[in-house]
Design a protein around this ligand. Structure first.
Ligand SMILES: [Zn+2]
Length: 238
């Protein structure tokens, strides 16, 4: 009888402990100093960086407020944030964070009116996501995309995105080579509701950094827990 009880007790302890332990281990996967972490195979640790980059505007450090950082929800468009919102006021100079080649630049973009803007947002509600075309061609406003090739991380092509610009510097067109620190445009609110309303409210720089390999495209801060997000991201900048 006692033998049976202790037998069941041992089984209970083994089964009872095994399940929670494995899930706790998964949650405790160390993510210190990772710039993004998908799984053991697909991730980028700060020690692998070939070079640090500069801030898009040296006067504006990476914010601490989680709502301005990657992974924050963006319910107005049924999506989540994949970038950093720098609180740079209207017409602040924006620099290339590293050398690269311009992939996209739309200096002649003009914002839709507010009714059309709201209709696009309603579409995102119906889809429960932000479709890529609405995101890229409406919500980013005047924007620039730079291809940094493999100069920042050895195993990932790195791409930077600068959105909501009030204007784009002369000559910043697809195919143009830019240097680290080169002036590429000025901050604004294009692509936001303020832009659609033709006012000057809500100006800031929305900035993204992506790392791409054959398996997919990952954003800076992806899957990094909130308490490590700012300190991990800071490791990327000089
Ligand atoms: Zn943003």
């Amino acid at each position: 009888m006692y033998k049976n009880i202790s037998y069941f007790l041992i089984i209970f302890l083994l089964v009872g402990c095994a399940v929670p332990t494995s899930s706790i281990n998964a949650e405790l996967t160390p993510k210190n100093e990772y710039l993004f972490y998908i799984d053991e195979k697909t991730n980028l640790h700060a020690s692998e960086l070939l070079q640090t980059i500069q801030l898009p505007s040296k006067d504006y450090p990476v914010p601490e407020y989680l709502n301005l950082l990657p992974n924050a929800l963006r319910e107005y468009r049924s999506g989540s944030h994949q970038g950093i919102d720098f609180a740079i006021p209207l017409n602040g100079p924006i620099m290339a964070v590293s050398e690269g080649i311009i992939v996209r630049s739309n200096p002649t973009h003009s914002d839709v009116d507010i009714d059309t803007y709201n209709a696009f947002l309603e579409t995102t509600q119906q889809l429960s996501k932000t479709p890529e075309d609405i995101y890229n061609y409406i919500l980013l406003g005047k924007s620039i995309v730079i291809d940094h090739g493999y100069s920042i991380a050895p195993n990932f092509r790195t791409i930077s995105v600068y959105a909501h610009l009030s204007s784009i510097a002369d000559g910043i067109l697809p195919g143009t080579k830019v240097e680290r620190g080169q002036l590429i445009g000025f901050s604004g609110n294009t692509g936001t509701s303020g832009g659609a309303l033709r006012n000057e409210k809500g100006a800031h720089l929305h900035w993204e950094l992506y790392f791409e390999d054959a398996s997919g495209k990952y954003f800076l801060g992806q899957n990094i827990p909130p308490e490590l997000l700012k300190e991990n991201i800071d490791l990327l900048f000089e």
